[in-house]
Design a protein around this ligand. Structure first.
Ligand SMILES: *Cc1c(COP(=O)(O)O)cnc(C)c1O
Length: 357
């Protein structure tokens, strides 16, 4: 029998594509590289050794800003090396930990911070112990183990995991690589603001972002404040924090006009990444939101679920926690009159970790 003929069409010669002449490409690529958008670009504004940052970097930062509606952009933080914005904070925190003489790291997390710290600990050849709620999704647990972390599953909520980490530290001389307490983490997440300013050519008018412990929100507040103090922008964008009503100490405080987080009992939620009943920096988050003319929005579980489906329908596969921000954006847009200005929504965590299995 004669061999079957290959019916696929012949691909065109790539050199025939306009603009693909080798010399032009080389020149353009050199210029691009000089201006490469990634966290290490801002090393002069980050208080750790630039050489150390370069050594530990996994290429974090520089996430795409894509238009999703007129005047609305989504910042795709879920396209980070470990699938969340936590990489921005983790690379700076681990670099700083090395500078402070760390030999071993301890972290507690609902999953994504633990994954990020475990990845950069691996990069730095540091042993790493992560305390996480036993309910943390299987994908995140597998990811932390894959990076070689010693994963300790703790019964109870996110607060119980933090207590377990602290009691471990009482008996073991390790470095507490806490994304919540250690201020160097926020020195990494502040680059989120720098990038928005560069990508838009100006600051946005408002930014919608999820808040549990507020590590992205507080980092963004620091970053925009530094741009303001440097005379690079002329006012702070309004920061709008989004919480799930199932665990809403900040949203409840905001509604009550209080300046400290409300006492709440966490209900089960799809949004595990923002289920923080007692945020250690809660008062700071409320103050930052207030100072920028922003607010705190509570969204329901069904709105989060609908948002996840709506985003996937636009080609954006995020975890439920990240979809909460989109549900918050829907609230904000529904309340808008005519002039809405430039709005950015942060999409923080990858849906790949949350797929059933
Ligand atoms: C960590 C995380 C959050 C919440 O960040 P906080 O620092 O707790 O405010 C939101 N979404 C995703 C995907 C996260 O990983």
């Amino acid at each position: 029998m004669p061999p079957e003929r290959d019916r696929s069409p012949t691909p065109p010669d790539p050199a025939l594509v306009p603009g693909s002449l080798p010399l032009r490409a080389a020149g353009a690529l050199a210029a691009l590289r000089a201006g490469e958008l990634r966290l290490t670009r801002y090393a002069p504004a980050i208080p750790v050794s630039a050489a150390l940052l370069d050594r530990l970097s996994l290429g974090e930062g520089g996430t795409p800003l894509v238009p999703v509606d007129p005047g609305v952009w989504a910042k795709l933080e879920f396209l980070s090396p470990t699938g969340s914005f936590k990489d921005r904070g983790a690379v700076v925190l681990v670099a700083s930990a090395l500078e402070r003489g760390a030999h071993e790291l301890v972290a507690d997390s609902s999953g994504n911070a633990g994954s990020a710290i475990a990845a950069y600990a691996a990069r730095a050849s540091l042993p790493c112990h992560v305390f996480t709620p036993a309910s943390t999704s299987a994908g995140k647990q597998a990811q932390m183990r894959a990076f070689g972390a010693d994963l300790r599953l703790v019964p109870g909520d996110r607060m119980a995991a933090a207590e377990a980490a602290r009691s471990y530290l009482n008996d073991h001389p390790a470095f507490y690589a806490s994304h919540v307490y250690d201020p160097y983490f926020l020195q990494g997440t502040k680059t989120f603001a720098f990038e928005l300013w560069e990508q838009l050519g100006t600051a946005p008018d408002r930014v919608v972002l999820p808040a549990g412990n507020g590590t992205l929100l507080l980092g963004a507040a620091i970053g925009f404040r530094e741009l303001l103090q440097g005379g690079l922008i002329d006012r702070m964008p309004a920061l709008l924090a989004v919480q799930t009503e199932a665990c809403a100490p900040l949203a409840e405080a905001w509604r009550a006009g209080a300046d400290r987080p409300a006492a709440v009992r966490a209900q089960p939620t799809l949004a595990e990444g923002i289920a923080i009943p007692r945020p250690a920096r809660g008062a700071e988050i409320l103050a930052a939101v207030k100072a920028t003319g922003g607010g705190v929005i509570g969204v329901s579980e069904s709105q989060i679920d609908q948002a996840r489906t709506a985003l996937a329908g636009r080609g954006l596969l995020v975890e439920p926690t990240a979809a909460a921000a989109w549900a918050g954006l829907m609230h904000v847009l529904a309340e808008d009159g005519q002039a809405r200005g430039r709005t950015v929504v942060a999409l923080c965590g990858s849906g790949l970790k949350a797929l059933a299995g």
